[in-house]
Design a protein around this ligand. Structure first.
Ligand code: PLP
Length: 416
């Protein structure tokens, strides 16, 4: 086993060696610009992009001409939200999203608010789920877009996407979903799930960094844009040579796109077996932690969650101290470093987790290359480190005393 152990696969994933192999020739040997129409270097690159476009589209049940390549999901989320807002401004100025969305979505909405748009940010329940009824109630005649992620990057909660999409369409709004964390783990079908726009990122699924895609529905549009049907539902954010159907100008990142395609092909083939493997490892990790520690709480939905995600709050422990103690384990804490201060995760806070517990939380993101041996090592290190930190905590000792007293009453005691 190699140290440190990487268990932060929601942040990024290593490039799969098969993906790397597919990319290699497109840097040095086959370096053509896919937009060069006058020679074989360009034709060859265009062919490679065409193949990758098919592979990406196939993963989500889309047609190749509905895929717009971008620099990653941050750009895809920005393009989806700001692009729809600009294009459909004549129809309305209201957008619905949720409190646990990724910053790329929340901050795009915030930017639009400064420009006069109205944004409703829906709450989530204690497990991180959006109630589809709340989408219905939040709708106004001015609503043009609903943006709710498929699966959360911190707690892994899967949203009832198909139903939310259906409700958005009933009200004549477009539906965007950030599917970055779900891609390659859950099967996705843009038609069955009523999705109009969908964001993907290659580096979250064993492809390279700096490449992503936005799916933009062109077929069977559920939302009739008449009488403004001459408007495209999406304005480009980057103007230039008119690449990607004019929706995203800029010379295509051919090696990155080839790698993204290869990653999608592998994901489509191996998703089912891999998700079972991830779920087994994740459940083993949870079981070991529960067996070795009291006063812990698993955050997120018990069933509707990504197979590779485990988010745990450790009572009476400071997350920063925990991370320092876990120097040979790469995981994320429930606090994000914003400027100089540790801010508790906006996702955990939206789910009603107290500031203290959120600060004492860890996110484990299992991946394709993790092993059972690593899971056991990480569990052991976490149990040891939490135990050591708690030994130093007078609050923990007195809490244990009162827990012992109250555990004689039925239904009291351990947090979960
Ligand atoms: C990582 C991530 C993004 C941003 O993707 P980049 O390709 O790194 O810009 C957006 N949304 C979610 C849910 C993510 O996990």
């Amino acid at each position: 086993m190699k140290l440190p152990v990487y268990m932060d696969n929601h942040s990024t994933t290593p490039v799969d060696p098969r993906v790397f192999e597919a990319m290699a020739p497109w840097f040095t040997e086959k370096f053509g610009n896919a937009a060069s129409r006058s020679h074989s270097f360009g034709w060859e690159a265009a062919e490679a992009v065409k193949k990758a476009r098919k592979q990406v589209a196939a993963l989500i049940g889309a047609a190749p001409d509905e895929i717009v390549f971008t620099s990653g999901a941050t750009e895809s989320d920005n393009l989806a939200i700001k692009g729809v807002a600009e294009a459909l401004r004549p129809r309305g100025n209201h957008i619905i999203t949720a409190a646990t969305e990724h910053r790329a979505v929340l901050d795009s909405c915030k930017r639009l608010e400064q420009q006069g748009f109205k944004v409703t940010c829906l709450p989530v329940d204690g497990r991180g789920r959006v109630d589809p009824d709340s989408v219905h109630h939040a709708h106004q005649t001015q609503t043009i877009l609903v943006s709710i992620m498929l699966a959360n990057n911190e707690v892994g909660t899967i949203q009832p996407i198909a139903e939310i999409g259906r409700i958005a369409h009933e009200h004549g709004a477009l539906f965007h979903t950030d599917a970055v964390q779900a891609a390659g783990k859950l099967s996705i079908d843009v038609d069955a799930m009523n999705i109009d726009l969908l964001s993907l990122s290659a580096h979250k699924m064993y492809g390279p960094k700096g490449v992503g895609a936005l799916y933009v529905r062109r077929r069977n549009a559920a939302v009739q844009l008449a009488p403004l049907s001459l408007l495209s539902p999406l304005s480009p954010m980057i103007d230039g040579g008119g690449h990607e159907g004019g929706l995203r100008s800029g010379t295509l990142n051919v090696p990155g796109i080839v790698g993204f395609g290869a990653a999608c092909l592998i994901a489509a083939k191996e998703m089912q077996l891999e998700s079972e493997h991830l779920r087994r490892l994740r459940d083993r990790l949870a079981e070991l932690l529960r067996g070795g520690l009291d006063e812990i709480q698993v955050n997120g939905h018990p069933a509707e969650r990504l197979p590779n995600n485990l988010n745990v709050s450790f009572g009476y422990v400071d997350g920063e101290a925990l991370l320092v103690g876990l120097s040979d384990v790469a995981v994320s804490s429930g606090a994000a470093c914003t400027s100089a201060k540790m801010e508790p995760s906006h996702v955990l806070r939206a789910m009603g987790v107290s500031e203290e517990l959120a600060q004492g939380s860890l996110r484990f993101g299992l991946g394709r290359f993790n092993t059972e041996e690593e899971v056991e090592y990480v569990a052991g290190r976490v149990i040891e480190t939490v135990g050591r930190l708690r030994e130093l905590s007078p609050v923990y000792s007195s809490a244990r005393e009162s827990a012992r007293a109250s555990s004689r009453e039925p239904g009291r005691g351990r947090m979960e």
